[in-house]
Design a binder for this molecule. Structure first.
Ligand SMILES: [Zn+2]
Length: 368
């Protein structure tokens, strides 16, 4: 077992790294996971993403040594983020007489954790929550920061809240069955955090990119910890700095709506970072270093996972007209001015686009 000490120092949510096998030894668990240890006597609700291999789940369950554990299978993927799925989990929990003393342990990818955390936030007015992310994207981004919710009428994360887990457990060995597409998807969110942080992080990430894709545990732990530290810093500062994390996501969410569930979130973000940076460069608010780095990220990720592209400008504008980040009815973006420095206009980090810029973004997309 290997534990990184205090990898995210500015965070109030302990993030615990375990790797080199599933040797969650008893003493270490007690020391490193106080919540889980104290709750072992209480009933636990294990919400398990069905996309995680059974053998990994079994090893994980054995290592957690839970006293009374109820298990609930979650389908996984974006399709699970519905009000109906949350209601089904609530009804099932009621049928098992689960009350306010239940500890919820969510194991899975980002969508599963979004659903499970939203359930934990509201059931019996809030249950203690532990997250065990199983994808790179969830480890480096989605499990941290407290955002949770479901999609409504095709609008991503339309209904939800902020609810922080008490503990996050990261074991990079869970990544061993991930596809290259899923690994690339996670690397993109890490890259977004690097762009928001520093040239040093960007360069380090690019130099360890291939090792991470080939599941090098040390490299993965290093970049995940750095990624979480950036996110922790931005989330802790203010609601406005949290919005910096939306970089690339206006275009990414619209693209996901157009392409459907076959397009992984991180691949959409790779496109979004590049397209938004180029639109920003045209307005002369985004510097060349950001555009070049975003292009580098794009080229590392998208050519191997191309877009289908069967959509038109009308669809594009209609989807963007309903984005929940809209300001005054106009689609808005969070730009990165230069690496390490988000763009702020009149004290705001979310900047409305002109409709002509929305059309320009579409032209750029078609030309990729
Ligand atoms: Zn994202």
């Amino acid at each position: 077992m290997h534990v990184l000490q205090n990898p995210v120092p500015s965070s109030s949510t302990p993030v615990i790294f375990f790797s080199r096998g599933f040797a969650f030894q008893k003493e270490s668990c007690r020391l490193k996971m106080p919540l889980l240890s104290s709750l072992r006597a209480a009933p636990s609700l294990l919400c398990l993403d069905q996309g995680v291999p059974l053998l990994d789940l079994q090893r994980l369950k054995d290592s957690l040594q839970l006293h009374t554990a109820f298990e609930y299978g979650v389908l996984g993927g974006e399709r699970v983020k519905t009000r109906e799925a949350k209601a089904a989990l609530e009804d099932w929990s009621l049928s098992k007489n689960l009350g306010a003393d239940t500890c919820v342990i969510g194991v899975g990818g980002g969508a599963t954790l979004d659903l499970v955390a939203f359930f934990a936030a509201t059931y019996a007015r809030g249950l203690p929550l532990v997250l065990v992310p199983s994808t790179l994207l969830a480890m480096a981004d989605a499990s941290f920061g407290g955002k949770c919710g479901v999609n409504v009428q095709g609008i991503k994360n339309m209904v939800g809240t902020i609810y922080h887990p008490q503990e996050i457990i990261i074991n990079v060995d869970l990544l061993h069955t991930l596809s290259s597409q899923q690994m690339a998807s996670g690397m993109t969110e890490i890259a977004k955090h690097a762009l928001l942080d520093s040239h040093q992080f960007v360069e380090q990430l690019f130099s360890s990119w291939d090792a991470c894709l080939h599941h090098d545990s040390s490299c993965l732990e290093q970049v995940i910890a750095q990624s979480l530290a950036v996110k922790a810093r931005l989330c802790a500062h203010s609601k406005d700095t949290r919005h910096f994390l939306n970089a690339g996501h206006t275009v990414a969410h619209a693209l996901e709506a157009l392409e459907g569930p076959r397009l992984p979130h991180g691949i959409a973000v790779a496109v979004g970072l590049y397209v938004e940076a180029m639109v920003g460069m045209r307005r002369e608010v985004v510097a060349k270093d950001v555009v070049d780095a975003a292009r580098d990220i794009f080229l590392r990720v998208v050519p191997d996972h191309p877009l289908s592209g069967g959509w038109d400008l009308g669809d594009w504008k209609q989807i963007l007209a309903h984005d929940k980040k809209n300001v005054g009815g106009r689609p808005s973006v969070a730009w990165i001015q230069t690496i390490g420095k988000p763009y702020i206009l009149n004290g705001q980090s979310t900047v409305p686009l002109e409709w002509v810029e929305v059309e320009h973004a579409y032209d750029l997309l078609r030309s990729l």
